[in-house]
Write a protein that binds this ligand. Sequence first.
Ligand SMILES: [Zn+2]
Length: 464
Amino acid sequence: MYGLPELLQHSNAFLCRFRCSPVAATYLAFDDTDSPEGMCTTYLAVLMLKELREYDLIGLPRLVRLNPNVPWKTRGNAAVCLPLGRGVGTSDYCGEIDGIAVQSYRRGTPADPKEVLAVAEAVLEREAEFDCDKTNPGIVCTNRRPSPRMYWRAVRGIVSLSEAETLLDECGAQWRKYKNGRGIIGASSSISWRPRDRTWEVIAYRQEHRIGTRREIDPLSVVEMDRNTVNTFNNYDYETEHVAIAPSSPCPVLFGIRGDSLDELLSARKMIRGEAPSSWLAFLSNQGTDDHVVDARIGGLSAGFSARVRACVTQPPRTIKGGHVILRVSDGREIDAAFYEPSGSLRDIARQLIPGDRIIAHGAVRDDPRSLNVEKLRIVHLAELRQKTHNPYCPECSKRMGSMGAGKGYRCKICGGHTSESAAVTKVVPRTVACRWYEPPVASRRHLYMPVRRMPGDDINKLL
Ligand SMILES: [Zn+2]
């Protein structure tokens, strides 16, 4: 996916601080503890670290997003994995909880999963939003990790509960499931994640008494931070003037800043003006990586997956009720590419496409109606757009012919000769879109969505 220079650039920044190679640790992971009204799986990590103070973090906490198209997800389909143990050697500052610094060790020795789980499950049972129908918590603790194949299946497709339990048994893992138990699927998948690509997020949490009230964040400080950092992304939506680092739900998160350099995120955090956070924590994450997207042919698309397809526009775009734009595209098999209202200016781009244009579209596949819900678009080739300037001249009399009605061709009033519609005199009209990537406003991007600014140049060429 990356060219060599990008790979080196990414890995140098990465290796100098936090190693992703397997560290000896005990992996504690949990999922599906939140509800639309409150809690947040990442905040549960903070609460757990508070009570697991006798253990050290061996590497960073991990925030792992899984398939955004699963129907039963609560909010962002996020699981958190904490690598724990006894730290050895160098450690790095990676958070602060109630005024106490959190350190992450580069190396360590594992702990006893049973003991870790006993502490952690008590925290989960106290804090998870059990009342929400869609909240089905799961917690897993293990010294041996499931194969990374489990992660790839969970981020791109669906892993069943029984499959997850079989894999956990094979690892000798300890786990507890609550309600329908689905949470252990995400929890174990987050443990199985070995990053191919990765980003970081620094999340700041609100003081207890403020949770549920309006967040006080100075929007200007977010814009300044966005302009004064180079490797952060999705901070501010200039199209809708929306602060994208703060959630809109009444959860404990004050803000989260995402980026490609942890060092820069640690300074970016201090640039935000507003209410004082109670705690903050840095996470290693698969957010912004497009890990959920697979290359596919239109004939092979199935609902619940996110795909990247190369296709040709076959019909002019049409706008349907609600302002959504539908574009018929084909790669031999046809599908409707749908640009829904939240995709904002991406719809305006879709409206300017014409039959013969070739595109690469990333999107989620829906079954009813069958469509590709486009999340990102690259125009690869623009067809020639011609506009009629006047009716044709008669080949016999050289006089201007008259129209016989739309699509019916032309007739000469003098000799009665006919010509087809295509005989009209036309001129080339300049296209108003270009061969490049187009993306939706920051606010409507999913967590796994890779911003175009993260996409290495090589990748674009490879896609052509
Ligand atoms: Zn004529």
